[in-house]
Design a binder for this molecule. Structure first.
Ligand code: FES
Ligand SMILES: [Fe+2]
Length: 385
């Protein structure tokens, strides 16, 4: 028996002085972790600000001067593509009087211009012009921008199409954060992928319930009849935890439309890997699924303790992302996955309602299937203390 299995099996009874966010050894998180604005504020400070968060996608800012507003835990920011091709992140607030700089995506801007008193900043955040700054008609213009007066930058780095930010600037290098995932996906040529399309959901659920459902490999037979037919519950492995990475991989005998049939596969994939479907969750806000012909990335945007935006991005191999010949294949892949989500979202919203019940105190877990859920609770407990 592993240490995690032992702790799950030895669940201790609830005590009065249990930490409110977290509670018990051997259980998942108690109700307060899902229904408390106070806990959510703590998560913003101690989790979202302190690690790498997926903030947006490079394809959303394809050209110099493209500006994309984004939020993480309610903190507004902008992603900006510079003339040098780099994507930078800034707090979405003007340093003059605190006006938000952009409330919708903008294309090919020469400058970032505040809508209030029209200060403008270059694409690297340096203030360039401050109209009437010294009095009527007396402008402050710096043709090359002023290094000493600039927007507040946020640490930002990219991995393929995914743009990450680290608000407190103290997380490990992005490559280190990603390496447990990148290593497990090394046989997929991610350079062969092209972005195809996206879809957004607004879900009445705490972000952790959506993540927990994604790593809950036990609910397939109860919630997803078509997926269970594709690969039966009895043949499925559980999700394993590796620090901040949660990873699992199931096998299927025959690909079907939407899952590996009719669309080009990743180049050089072995016969075995052509019948595998890894899924992953990179704590706290990146989830994903791979089939031999596609990658799905799911970005969680926690907006409050009871609301989460879920943004789903589809990527296909090579021309399949855009070629008319593959339109039906893309449609089928979209339908296949959104059908699964249509089964998952009501579950996540019901789980949120279930957290209002005093009859639940963190769960009675399966030592096989719920290890990942327990480990996710541990990641939260470690950070919130
Ligand atoms: S608040 Fe932005 S220019 Fe004044
Ligand atoms: Fe599901």
């Amino acid at each position: 028996m592993t240490e995690v299995e032992r702790r799950i099996m030895a669940q201790s009874p609830k005590t009065e002085d249990s930490s409110p966010a977290t509670a018990l050894d051997g259980t998942a998180l108690g109700n307060e972790a899902y229904v408390s604005a106070k806990v959510f504020d703590l998560e913003v400070r101690k989790i979202f600000r302190a690690t790498w968060m997926l903030a947006g996608f490079a394809h959303e800012v394809p050209d110099a001067g493209d500006i994309l507003p984004a939020t993480i835990g309610g903190i507004p920011m902008i992603l900006v593509r510079g003339r040098d091709g780099e994507i930078r992140a800034f707090h979405n607030v003007c340093i003059h009087r605190g006006m938000p700089l952009a409330d919708k995506p903008c294309r090919k801007q020469a400058f970032i211009t505040c809508p209030y008193h029209l200060w403008s900043y270059d694409l690297e955040g340096r203030v360039r012009s401050r109209p009437h700054f010294f009095g009527g008609g007396q402008h402050d213009i710096s043709e090359n921008g002023r290094d000493d007066v600039r927007l507040e930058a946020i640490r930002c780095d990219s991995w393929y199409d995914l743009v990450f930010v680290n608000l407190d600037g103290r997380a490990e290098p992005l490559a280190d954060f990603l390496s447990p995932l990148a290593d497990r996906l090394s046989h997929y040529d991610l350079n062969s992928l092209n972005w195809s399309h996206d879809v957004d959901y607004d879900i009445a659920s705490n972000w952790k319930l959506i993540a927990e459902n994604h790593i809950d490999a036990l609910h397939i037979f109860g919630v997803h009849p078509a997926l269970n037919k594709f690969a039966d519950q009895a043949t499925r492995p559980c999700t394993e935890a590796f620090g901040q990475l949660f990873f699992g991989c199931y096998s299927f005998s025959d690909p079907e439309e939407g899952r590996g049939l009719g669309m080009p596969h990743f180049p050089g994939l072995s016969a075995k890997a052509s019948q595998e479907a890894p899924w992953f969750y990179l704590f706290p806000n990146v989830m994903g699924q791979i089939y031999p012909d596609q990658l799905l990335i799911i970005q969680l945007i926690p907006e409050s303790y009871e609301r989460t935006r879920e943004r789903l991005q589809f990527y296909f191999v090579g021309d399949a992302a855009h070629d008319d010949a593959f339109e039906e294949g893309r449609r089928q892949a979209f339908k296949t996955f959104t059908d699964v989500l249509a089964e998952d979202i009501p579950v996540c919203e019901a789980l949120q309602r279930g957290r209002a019940s005093e009859g639940f105190t963190g769960g009675v877990l399966s030592p096989f299937w719920d290890k990942a859920t327990f480990e996710l609770a541990e990641r939260v407990r470690e950070r919130l203390g």
